[in-house]
Design a protein around this ligand. Structure first.
Ligand code: ADP
Ligand code: MG
Length: 244
């Protein structure tokens, strides 16, 4: 099967800091990749490069054969993104935000309204849909970000620590939503520090360290505890190697 996402020697430098160093990664359609790694290991950088909003310093990146960022526009509608920044307009209501993005994705107007109502209900914001986003709590903004990411039924979900800020119900709801997306054959890349969730949900575990891929294995057979042990083992090996 041809990879859906292909990074070759992908490199991103900020001044003298290498956020990614010659990263090679291929992802097949339908995979659910949990991206693990310490703060600063390059997870968000990788996700940002995939959205086409940031330009690689060197190496190549393609999604569905399209070269990113040069041809990113062609496949933007296939991406649903939940990032650290909520990408929402604070001076609009939740519903107006979703309407704005529906227009951006050229969703037909009638079906868009229905879809927006359904999504607001799905993420538990029905009653607050007409309130300004400025008045939303962090978790409510996160719920709305999730609705926005799903709005256009994208093939690929790029999620940067998507459980952050959600309450227990919100986090469980997100798990269910993502499980449905996965059952629908959508492809998911999820940066997370939640090893329990990564082990339970993802199909593949990728660990980054200092901008390179240091571990890549199927998630089958992992539970939270075994994954934590694996994560610690990889981290300790790296520490020992860097002290040699
Ligand atoms: P992670 O998401 O795994 O915590 P990031 O991808 O955010 O890591 O960061 C990787 C490295 O790149 C860090 O050293 C970080 O300081 C650096 N970095 C990320 N974004 C920028 C930026 N916009 N300007 C300068 N340095 C950055
Ligand atoms: Mg990050």
């Amino acid at each position: 099967m041809k990879p859906l996402i292909e990074a070759r020697a992908l490199t991103k430098a900020y001044g003298f800091t290498f956020a990614l160093r010659k990263l090679d990664l291929t992802v097949l359609r339908g995979e659910w990749v949990a991206l693990l790694g310490a703060n600063g290991s390059g997870k968000s950088t990788l996700l940002r490069l995939l959205t086409g909003l940031s330009r690689p310093t060197a190496g190549t990146l393609t999604i569905g054969g399209w070269e990113i960022p040069r041809e990113a526009e062609a496949m933007r509608a296939q991406l649903g993104v939940v990032s650290h920044k909520p990408l929402l307009y604070e001076t609009l209501t939740a519903r107006e935000n979703l309407r704005f993005f529906a227009r951006m994705y050229h969703l037909p107007k009638d079906s868009a309204e229905e879809r927006i109502t359904a999504l607001l209900s799905r993420v538990g914001l029905s009653r607050r849909g007409n309130d300004l986003v400025r008045t939303y709590s962090r978790g409510m903004q996160q719920r709305l970000s999730i609705a926005r990411a799903l709005l256009h039924n994208p093939d690929i979900l790029l999620l940067d620590e998507p459980h952050t800020g959600l309450d227990r119900d919100g986090a469980a709801l997100l798990d269910t939503i993502l499980q449905e997306a996965h059952a629908d054959k959508r492809t998911i890349l999820m940066a997370t520090h939640e090893l329990e969730r990564a082990a339970a949900l993802a199909t593949r575990i990728v660990i980054l360290s200092r901008g390179t891929l240091v571990y890549d294995a199927p998630a089958a057979g992992f539970d939270g505890e075994r994954l934590a042990a694996q994560y610690a083992a990889v981290s300790n090996e790296l520490k020992a190697a860097s002290n040699e």
